[in-house]
Ligand binder design. Sequence first.
Ligand SMILES: [Zn+2]
Ligand SMILES: [Zn+2]
Length: 393
Amino acid sequence: KTWTLDNIENMKLQQKALGLSYDWDREVATCKEDYYKWTQWFFEQFYKKGLAYKKEAKVNWCETCHTVLANEQVIDGACWRCDNPVEKKDLSQWFLRITEYADRLLADLDTLDHWPQRVKLMQKNWIGRSEGTEFSFEVPSINERVSVYTTRVDTIYGVSYVVLAPEHPYVERLIENAPNKAELEAFITRMRNMSDIDRTSTEAPKEGMFTGSYAVNPMSGEQVPVWIANYVLVDYGTGAVMGSPAHDERDWEFAHKYDLPIKQVVTCEGEEYSLEKWQEWYHEDGILVNSGEYNGQTSEEARKNITAALNERSIGEGKVNFRLRDWLISRQRYWGVPIPVVYCETCGEQLVPEEELPVRLPEDIKFESGAVSPLATSENFLHTTCPKCGGPA
Ligand SMILES: [Zn+2]
Ligand SMILES: [Zn+2]
């Protein structure tokens, strides 16, 4: 705090010396109480509308430094400061439900007349709206159904494998009786500790392992192997994807690497399909072949009809998906705006009454190694009364 305020003073002097004509009466600093009172006030309005909520989420954790690291501070799976391997750890954290506004964020890009096209496109891709089908594969060995989401259900007859994220809740049971269980476990741990950015980067090598179990293609009835791979993330979509390698470049690479069958199910007039080399038209819409009763239909017709067929059997439905995720606003450090929420054993989470804001960041704290948080060392901050029942909180 001292350092920040000193720097503000110094930089103000420099800006005045440069002759910049700011109206210093309107100066605000987000770390000052008179400002963050309103940060807390906004939080409370969001909370009341159900737009601020708490859930468990994974963070990068360095066991040596006892701290959370940003993705950019994880270099090849290791801490930038001490080089020790970084773990993924679940922490309870606050989020703002921005996904509630995904459609409006997207639609209103059209109203931004003077924004560069490039920036609007980036925003659009970041929101990432897609129309597709969510449906499930039966996995008899564990007596469960694995859900997948795809925008290309017209290629379902070409599915030659199903891939789960290493964190998928069924993984543990799937590999329980595998003869190479230890090897699978080592692989899963290694994949889990990779950053999401490394896992999904187009340059990163696709790595996978067969679980020993099979899934049943709900349309063709074929048994296809269930794999675990690094490029599937548990919090995107359903945490599992279908592999239809003849018509998806990523699946194509994966199938080539692990010798999985590649079966063409969409054709384009006048084009020759070859297993030797990926061609751009492979992922485009066309006419269905090798697809049972759907042969001869266009991709668009087939998507509609196959989704309807899955829906009739109550194992699938059309679905709109977004890439956009809720915004994690918790920071795992002491210097920040306290969340104005009191925890009472009887009443649960309670907002601090508006007239009592701001909740001040305490300064009677100790930085102890191994402490959960410096905030927990301030008796005044830690112990308070519940605004609802008046009991200790
Ligand atoms: Zn470290
Ligand atoms: Zn209470």
